[in-house]
Design a binder for this molecule. Structure first.
Ligand SMILES: C[S@@+](CC[C@H](N)C(=O)[O-])C[C@H]1O[C@@H](n2cnc3c(N)ncnc32)[C@H](O)[C@@H]1O
Length: 428
């Protein structure tokens, strides 16, 4: 079995230097870790990714000579060690000794003294070192700039909220049982959960639990889904018999919710065939089915039979800046140039899918982004170039004012950051 701190440093190296995602790296690594250490690995990896920019700054302030490019693993071991001392409730001597042990396990004997001395220095000079940090919140410069520009009054809160782990929220399958019935079952098993404020089928756990411990999970009575994501089905409000398209469906969270909401004729599309197989798995568990199509939604000739849809959900590919608290690697993996490229994809998807909507039909444009380029400005541009669109009011309280649609920001103990715009096609 692998040394847990070494495993964490290796994952961090793959995320920072190789651009790999935590959701790919972590499950692979868990198999080599003692079961009683797996939660700790997750904590180390999420935390050191979340605070990487600040940890990197600390290392640069403490290490006289930059660590050589081929020895970046030592840099990551230091980051993991510093994260424990700074943020975790681990005994300091254990954090230091075990990180030195991990350096030996990594066969970097030469770095033993460097790791030991740096961590001990942090222990002694913690306040002064932290006071000098420019990036305490640990956001990349480009994103700092965009967020400050977009939401000057909310900027600090957004950064703070994005560094706090989001709650575990569930969606109760309305075709199986009511939320109240599920809450009673959970209560009987000692699981404490509270009804969500905006979703009639949402329940937030007071502390996270493994899914298989949740009553009825295997039979599809509940699914893990943030309250903000649950708003999509609430807003699209599909009715029995409607022909519905979920244009960017994988892994199928919202497809499932739409199917639980009414008896509809559902087409679920995604360009990524592998991710689409997860839609199939998720629908099987909740005992629902849909027509699944692997295709680029913007290439209508490749998938559309010409029959228009009553309702379309476009949960567009986006920067994910509203869900950084759940995916801290977004801070490291996204680059400024991605925003322009993503907004072009969103624009194309929106204008192409508009053609597949029935006159009188509705399209919900949604993203888990908090950047106006992908949200309000995207809708502004769409309205400017289409004369047959009516922008409908979205029945949700906004967290910030926007020209078009509703913008939610991540809330402690509450929903993720999300954006919604509801568009109706004029009837002829
Ligand atoms: C935000 S995720 C969707 C999450 C999903 N709606 C859910 O609730 O589980 C965006 C999805 O869009 C897909 N995608 C990106 N470009 C696409 C395109 N041109 N056509 C169809 N799907 C696309 C991605 O593969 C990704 O699965």
């Amino acid at each position: 079995m692998k040394n847990v701190r070494l495993a964490a440093a290796e994952i961090l190296l793959n995320v920072v230097d190789e651009g790999r995602s935590l959701s790919d790296e972590l499950p692979r690594a868990l198999a080599d870790i003692e079961p009683d250490q797996q939660a700790f690995l997750q904590q180390l990896v999420y935390g050191s990714t979340r605070y990487y920019f600040a940890l990197d700054e600390l290392i640069q302030a403490m290490v006289a000579k930059p660590i050589k490019a081929k020895e970046r693993l030592v840099h990551m071991l230091l980051a993991v060690g510093l994260y424990q001392l700074w943020h975790l409730d681990v005994a300091e001597h254990a954090a230091i000794n075990e990180t030195v042990e991990a350096t030996l396990a990594a066969k970097r004997t030469w770095a033993k003294n460097l790791v030991n001395a740096s961590l001990r220095r942090f222990q002694r000079e913690r306040d002064a070192l932290l006071a000098d940090l420019r990036r305490t919140e640990s956001f990349p410069g480009w994103l700092n700039k965009r967020l400050r520009q977009a939401w000057p009054e909310h900027y600090s809160d957004i950064c703070r909220q994005s560094n706090v782990q989001g709650p575990m929220t569930l969606r109760v399958n309305a075709k199986h049982l009511s939320r109240e019935a599920w809450l009673a079952k959970a209560d009987a098993e000692g699981i404490v959960a509270q009804a969500t404020a905006h979703s009639a089928v949402g329940a937030t756990l007071v502390s996270p639990a493994p899914v298989f411990a949740l009553p009825g999970f295997e039979q599809g009575d509940v699914s893990v889904q943030d309250e903000a994501a649950q708003m999509c089905a609430r807003l699209l409000n599909v009715k029995d018999g409607e022909r519905v398209l979920d244009a960017c469906a994988a892994p199928g969270g919202k497809t499932g919710h739409l199917l639980e909401s009414a008896n509809i004729d559902m087409t679920a599309l995604d360009v990524d065939e592998k991710r689409l197989s997860r839609v199939a798995e998720n629908l099987t568990r909740i005992q629902q089915s849909a027509k699944l199509v692997a295709a680029d939604a913007a290439e209508l000739d490749s998938w559309w039979d010409g029959e228009p849809f009553d309702a379309i959900l476009l949960d567009a590919p986006c920067s994910g800046t509203g869900v950084i608290r759940r995916h801290p690697d977004i801070k490291l993996l996204r680059k400024s140039a991605d925003i322009k490229q993503l907004s072009q994809v969103q624009k194309k998807l929106l204008s192409q899918l508009w053609q597949t909507l029935k006159p009188g039909g509705r399209l919900l444009y949604a993203t888990c982004s908090i950047l106006p380029d992908e949200n309000s400005e995207q809708i502004e541009n769409f309205l400017a170039h289409h004369s047959d669109v009516i922008a409908l009011e979205v029945d949700l309280p906004p967290d910030v004012d926007t020209e078009h649609g509703i913008q939610w920001l991540p809330q402690e103990g509450g929903h993720d950051g999300f954006y919604y715009a509801m568009l109706r096609k004029q009837a002829i």
